[in-house]
Write a new protein. Structure first.
Lengths: 414, 233
């Protein structure tokens, strides 16, 4: 390996057979390049999906009442479940430390909303002051409902940016203006922005006000919670699922819903959904690996093909070398040495180019569900070595056969 | 220098066996210039291949410079070829991506001679065949006669005990053929042993001895008066 004469001989051969060397190198380099890029994007997708879930309150848990499907303890199926304030308050004390933010929500239906003479067709929802954190709403102007609003049943409203754009575009300072809900004036105290336009088409008022003013009584439409963040994703998912199950059990109990009834109470956990997505990204990653490995196999096949052609093309030369006193192993050594050298150089070239591209372009990619594609350097490095090894292995047989050729036949080869 | 006793060689062609050499007895002394003649199929190429250790005989003895050539593995044969024998082929067989000098230096590479020494020696031999100015040229830039001279220089560079030439003038016109023969004669004059396989009478008569082969046996072995090729050049 460290025979300087051999190296000079190899370099001579390479220098004088540029096209052949280039083609071998190209197939190896492109194989590695494609593999690394694919792996990078597999990772990028995983990053992107987890980032997507981090943006929305990813630990949120929602409760929706439904209609029972099974009879239980003498109660008929088909019974509508109605959540009440006491359910909310009880869960708040029951789960205490497990909860980060919590809020009930009531949909205020069958009300007319007016601004001046203009009728507004938007949903009105009564929520608690922590609802802002649960929805991850950002205030573009003013403030959200606060604790005092809630306690004092203040007639205030927080309005989505979309409504502001649609209705208040001609108003200079919409903050402080009043809207009428069922003829009762509500003061606008803030505007909020959301990830999705749909969620900006809402008018929030304090839940206490909604219940008192619009005959809500102690009825609640939804319960919403977020759980405190945990570093580890698996831990967070486990925590969310546990919380979800306990919450469901409690609510089913107080509303006399059969434990196996799936339609009485719905509890939805963003974390659980995220976990499902993670499973999906795992599959995508596996798929990219699969494609990548196929690419590598194609690369190996390419290298062995080229090796076969190289040996065929050099049959006469090998014959001459043998006539001049080359030993069989020096022929094998010469061919393999060249093959390994070329695969190594081009393999690393492909590696450097692809990693460089990922490093340069990766952070600037702004596509949904793809974020910062990158690749584990050690994984990429091992694939290069696998390719070199496989190339050498694939090249060995033609080289060995070449070393066995009868000189006379080789020299007759036209 | 070369001692051959009762040499037999046959090739298997499917179910048939082709008996090519049927008991050759033959010896060559140091400094001889021998022409081996015969029509195609007479076994002259097979004989040369066995002499050149490129093929092995079925039975019979072959002694080269006092060394019995028998039961050799490829590695050993390669070593002996490198040390004892120089080859010149009809189709030159130069390596096309190597310059004239590098071609001449190749057998020295397999002798593990250092690069610098190798190149000096290669230049010396190229000078002897009158192609020193062409040292850096590729074979494709040389004429047929020049190529064969490079091939002869390459064969001589390893300082072999015997030079084996297989139809060295077969691909050349007569003028160039005589030039090449002139060179071979000069090398012979320096005391080198040379075997030339040919089917051309005039080339054969430029040697000192002619061996006629027919159907695998030697039918004639005579010393001749050498015709100097320089007379034609």
């Amino acid at each position: 390996m460290f025979d300087i004469e051999r190296w000079q001989e190899i370099f001579d051969t390479i220098r004088k057979n540029k096209l052949r060397t280039f083609l071998t190198g190209l197939s190896v380099a492109s194989g590695i390049f494609i593999l690394v890029i694919l792996l990078g994007f597999g990772q990028g997708m995983q990053n992107g999906i987890s980032a997507e879930f981090e943006e929305d309150a990813s630990t949120s848990v929602w409760v929706w009442p439904g209609t029972t499907a099974k009879g239980y303890k003498g109660l008929n199926p088909g019974r509508r479940i109605q959540l009440r304030n006491e359910n909310y308050e009880h869960t708040a004390t029951l789960f205490g430390d497990d909860i980060e933010y919590k809020s009930p929500r009531i949909f205020v239906n069958n009300v007319s909303v007016n601004y001046g003479n203009e009728a507004l067709v938007y949903f009105v929802q009564g929520v608690s002051y922590q609802f802002q954190q649960i929805e991850n709403a950002t205030m573009s102007e003013g403030r959200f409902i606060n604790y005092n609003d809630e306690v004092g049943t203040a007639k205030v409203a927080v309005i989505g940016n979309k409504i502001k754009k649609d209705v208040f575009k001609d108003v200079e300072t919409p903050l402080g203006e009043f809207i009428d809900i069922s003829g009762i004036p509500f003061k606008i105290i803030g505007f909020f922005g959301e990830q999705e336009d749909r969620e900006e088409e809402r008018i929030y008022i304090p839940i206490t006000t909604a219940q008192k003013v619009f005959n809500g009584g102690d009825r609640v439409s939804n319960l919403a919670y977020t759980l405190p963040p945990v570093e580890n994703f698996d831990q967070a998912a486990a925590q969310a699922i546990q919380f979800k199950n306990e919450l469901q059990t409690y609510l089913k109990q107080v509303h006399t819903v059969a434990p196996e009834d799936t339609s009485g109470i719905f509890v939805w956990s963003a974390m659980e959904e995220a976990k499902r997505f993670y499973g999906l990204t795992g599959n995508i990653k596996f798929f990219f690996w699969f494609v990548g490995v196929c690419t590598i196999i194609a690369g190996v096949v390419g290298v062995s093909n080229i090796m076969l052609i190289v040996v065929k093309e050099r049959t006469r030369e090998i014959g001459v070398r043998k006539a001049l006193g080359a030993k069989p192993w020096s022929i094998v050594g010469m061919i393999l040495h060249e093959a390994i050298f070329v695969t190594t150089i081009s393999g690393f070239t492909g590696l450097i180019f692809s990693m460089g591209l990922l490093e340069l372009v990766g952070p600037h990619i702004e596509v949904d569900y793809i974020l910062n594609p990158s690749v584990n350097f050690r994984v990429a490095l091992s694939t290069v070595f696998v390719l070199i090894f496989a190339g050498a292995f694939a090249g060995f047989f033609p080289a060995w056969r070449a070393s066995r050729v009868q000189v006379i036949e080789a020299l007759r080869d036209e | 220098m070369i001692e051959i006793k009762d040499l037999h060689k046959s090739y298997k062609m499917g179910s048939n066996s082709l008996h090519v050499l049927k008991g050759i007895n033959f010896s060559v002394d140091k400094g001889e210039l021998v022409a081996i003649m015969g029509s195609s199929g007479s076994g002259k190429s097979t004989l040369l291949n066995i002499l050149g250790m490129l093929d092995v005989a079925d039975t019979g003895d072959y002694t080269l410079d006092g060394v019995p050539i028998k039961d050799m593995n490829e590695t050993k044969a390669a070593q002996y070829r490198n040390k004892f024998l120089g080859f010149v082929f009809q189709s030159f067989n130069l390596i096309n991506y190597k310059s004239a000098m590098e071609n001449v230096a190749l057998p020295l590479y397999y002798q593990r001679m250092p690069r610098k020494e190798r190149q000096e020696k290669a230049l010396k031999y190229l000078d002897q065949v009158g192609l020193k100015e062409w040292a850096t040229h590729l074979p494709s830039e040389l004429s047929g006669g020049q190529k064969q001279r490079v091939a002869i220089a390459r064969a001589m560079a390893a300082e072999p005990k015997v030079l084996l030439a297989d139809e060295p003038t077969g691909a050349l016109d007569s003028t160039t053929s005589y030039e090449v023969m002139d060179l071979i004669q000069k090398i012979n004059d320096e005391g080198n042993t040379i075997l030339v396989v040919t089917h051309e009478e005039d080339i054969a008569h430029m040697c000192k001895r002619i061996v006629h082969l027919k159907d695998g046996v030697i039918v004639e072995d005579k010393k001749v008066k050498q015709v100097r090729a320089s007379a034609y050049v």
